[in-house]
Design a protein around this ligand. Structure first.
Ligand code: NAP
Length: 288
């Protein structure tokens, strides 16, 4: 048996076209959503992510500005910039690219982003709202994964979803969103014994561990849907997921490719969150 590769590019293109249409409609009313991105330091991977985000905004018609700050920038300077952006009416979403240089406290910086402009859903108030099912801003990578599952017509309710990884930005919020969709959810991490046995019970297996190609067919139930969040630069310079794609495809029903699915979906959800945040600021009902 051989599974199917989930066509992430097509899903991304479809949703981005929907977002562009929505933005075009807003621009016709002289309203333009805006995103500000702050990048501190010269981490090459972060620079690529920020470039991709700015390009995606431009393609969708969303105003964007990137604040590239040197590594020597103080925490006070970042907080000062955030204060300015929080009050800037052109800006509806603010994203601070992580990781920050070690001398800057990530928690203090995230706390300083206006709750209404926190399009990453990292602010503790938004995380709390997510926990109690009240939030209307959803974290980008987990929200993108749920969207992929829905777009491929996967049934989530009543299914057993296993999430490997429990980070604050992927594993934990993904588990919450899967619960919200009425899956039965198991979360595994580095201290979980028998991960293979647990993973093999999954109808939906999501992997976010940062270990290149670690998850092979031994972790996968025949026919399962496998979502690979990992983005790892391998020794040969190639980008690989946390899933051994070719091996898992022999057993799984459907598998997301890396690159080409969860990464661009994450940016797509950022665009959506920015548009929704702008609509809320203009008191336009979200979803209209
Ligand atoms: P992270 O903060 O490093 O967390 C990794 C998680 O995986 C931890 O919970 C850790 O367990 C668990 N883990 C590590 N090794 C394990 C093992 N051998 N067996 C079981 N669990 C293990 O990573 P992250 O930020 O969630 O990112 C995970 C991956 O996704 C990375 O490759 C990252 O680049 C990628 N990513 C991609 C996107 C995207 O847009 N495509 C977005 C975010 C992240 P403990 O908690 O016990 O340490």
């Amino acid at each position: 048996m051989s599974g199917q590769t989930i066509n992430g590019k097509e899903i991304v293109a479809t949703i981005r076209a929907e977002i562009k249409k929505e933005v075009d409609g807003l621009i016709a009313q002289d309203l333009r959503p805006g995103l500000a991105v702050i990048l501190v330091g010269d981490d090459p991977a972060s620079a690529v992510y920020v470039r991709n985000k700015a390009k995606a905004c431009e393609d969708a018609g969303i105003y964007s500005e990137v604040h590239r700050l040197p590594d020597s920038t103080s925490e006070a300077e970042v907080l000062q910039l955030l204060d300015k952006l929080n009050r800037d009416e052109r800006i509806h979403g603010i994203l601070v690219q992580l990781p920050l240089p070690k001398h800057i406290n990530e928690v203090s910086v995230i706390d300083a982003i206006s709750v209404d402009k926190d399009v990453d859903c990292f602010h503790p108030v938004n995380v709390g709202n997510l926990m109690i099912g009240k939030g209307d801003v959803l974290p980008c990578t987990p929200a993108g994964i749920i969207e992929v599952l829905k777009r491929i017509g996967a049934q989530i309710a009543g299914k057993h979803a296993v999430v490997i990884g429990r980070s604050n930005i992927v594993g934990k919020p993904l588990a919450l969103l899967l619960l919200r969709e009425n899956a039965t959810v198991t979360v595994c991490h580095s201290k979980t014994p028998n991960i293979k046995e647990i993973a093999r019970q999954a109808d939906i297996l999501a992997v976010a561990i940062g270990r290149g190609r670690m998850v092979n067919r031994d972790y996968v139930k025949p026919g399962a849907i496998v979502i690979d969040v990992g983005m790892n630069r391998m020794e040969d310079g190639k980008l690989a997921g946390d899933v051994d794609f070719d091996d898992v495809l022999q057993v799984a029903g459907q598998v997301t490719p890396v690159p080409g699915c969860v990464g661009p979906m994450t940016i797509t959800m950022l665009l959506r969150n920015t548009v929704n945040s702008a609509k809320k600021a203009w008191r336009i009902p979200v979803g209209s």
